[in-house]
Design a protein around this ligand. Structure first.
Ligand SMILES: Nc1ncnc2c1ncn2[C@@H]1O[C@H](COP(=O)(O)OP(=O)(O)O)[C@@H](O)[C@H]1O
Ligand SMILES: [Mg+2]
Length: 220
């Protein structure tokens, strides 16, 4: 369902060109859950940004659900991302002036989702936050914020979830509880998952773990 073909990506840092990927190939089947580990600066976030289409590869192509990113115009790619991909970030990325319910409903404004409010309430209930619907992010704990972010990532039933160190800012116990919820929900929906993590315990929840090193994904 996801294929990366001969991906090439470099950044310009001043006048210096920094190669992140020279020839990256990778594929995932629907419903697969994989962890990606690797040192800071190895390119994990860049990889997720490429898969999400937020940044473009210099060469090569990405195909998700039989759609080649090369065939999509900018606007089409934005719509494709909004419909097919869910994100969870280390720093939650909630909108500070929207309450928990409104944050979860945000993707529904881009995709046409029937009964978005009911769905958002159900999801917040399933992550144990039915008593926090009208709380602003500043009124929530780290674990609660990440559970709101998980609900938001799932409201549009994305084909794939990209999670960038989702438990990186949480204490161990809270991180475990948040990961339990994430895995429970994605297993129910057979959602594909790419999970970037520094934790071996978190990685062990996935079917496979890869290490990103020198621009290559090696199976651990
Ligand atoms: N927009 C950018 N411009 C220039 N260099 C960047 C940019 N984004 C990331 N980098 C560099 O690319 C490398 C990989 O970054 P990143 O993908 O964030 O790594 P990771 O998530 O594994 O820590 C780092 O050396 C980083 O400094
Ligand atoms: Mg990163």
């Amino acid at each position: 369902m996801l294929e990366l073909k001969s991906l090439k990506k470099a950044y310009l840092q001043g006048s210096q060109k920094v190669e992140i990927f020279e020839n990256l190939n990778f594929h995932l089947k629907e419903g697969q859950r994989v962890a990606i580990m690797g040192k800071s600066g190895s390119g994990k976030s860049t990889l997720l940004s490429l898969i999400s289409g937020i940044i473009k590869a210099d060469e090569g192509d990405i195909t998700l659900n039989s759609v080649s990113y090369k065939d999509l115009q900018e606007g089409e790619l934005n719509d494709f991302r909004a419909t097919n991909i869910g994100f969870i970030f280390q720093n939650f990325h909630l909108v500070s002036y929207l309450n928990a319910l409104e944050n979860v409903m945000l993707p529904a404004k881009v995709c046409n989702i029937a009964n978005a409010k009911e769905k958002a309430i159900d999801l917040l209930k399933s992550v144990g936050l039915s008593h926090r619907l009208d709380h602003l992010p500043s009124q929530l704990s780290g674990g609660e914020k990440q559970r709101v972010a998980i609900a938001r990532a799932l409201i549009h039933n994305p084909k794939i979830i990209l999670a960038d160190e989702p438990s990186g800012n949480l204490d161990e116990e809270t991180g475990i509880a948040v990961m339990d919820k994430l895995f429970e929900l994605i297993k129910q929906n057979n959602t594909t998952l790419i999970l970037v993590t520094h934790s071996k315990d978190v990685a062990l929840r996935c079917e496979k773990t890869y290490e990103l090193h020198s621009g290559n994904l090696n199976k651990c």
